[in-house]
Design a binder for this molecule. Structure first.
Ligand code: ZNH
Length: 145
């Protein structure tokens, strides 16, 4: 259950950020800071070092894909589990991604959003964003068993 503050805060954050910029920054940061997450992206070509990761076009486009998936959650905040049912099954059955990785990406996203919002990223805004990420992650975990 979301408070009015949480709803407006999440919608506000997503209306302010550029998905291409934030998605690329957050996803490349995740691959750099948690290098074992690279193992799922063997098909993405050169991830040899930080410079290669940040300039890799497939990293950039996948970052944006992730942000667009998050937008679906933002647009229907009361049905995130249903929205992500298929995506959860895909990550579990086909991609076989360890679900612990979801929040690692969430932390990277928090850092990028915080640096973009600057002073507007107050403790209350952080709490709302963290709650949103927790719901997203638990929804993505749903189809794992
Ligand atoms: Zn993921 C894919 C979302 C996280 C891994 N993903 C994907 C997609 C999407 C997503 C939308 C596409 C699908 C289709 O195509 O259908 N993710 C997502 C989200 C998140 C994520 C929302 C959170 C927040 N992922 C993740 C992580 C990882 C992953 C963390 C690892 C580490 N994904 C993945 C892979 C893939 C995906 C591997 C596939 C790619 C390609 O393209 O190949």
């Amino acid at each position: 259950v979301w408070t009015d503050f949480e709803r407006t805060t999440i919608q506000d954050i997503f209306s302010k950020i550029d998905y291409a910029v934030v998605g690329q920054a957050a996803f490349s940061r995740c691959l750099i800071v948690y290098p074992w997450t690279q193992r799922y992206f063997g098909g993405f070509g050169n991830l040899y070092n930080a410079a290669a990761i940040t300039s890799n076009p497939r990293v950039a486009s996948h970052g944006k894909v992730i942000m667009e998936a998050l937008e679906k959650a933002v647009k229907d905040m009361d049905n995130i589990k249903a929205t992500y049912a298929e995506l959860s099954a895909l990550h579990s059955e086909k991609l076989q991604v360890d679900p612990d990785n979801f929040m690692l990406l969430g932390h990277c996203l928090t850092i990028v959003v915080a640096s973009q919002l600057s002073k507007a990223f107050t403790p209350e805004v952080h709490a709302a964003f963290q709650k949103f990420l927790a719901v997203v992650v638990s929804s993505l975990r749903k189809q794992y068993y």
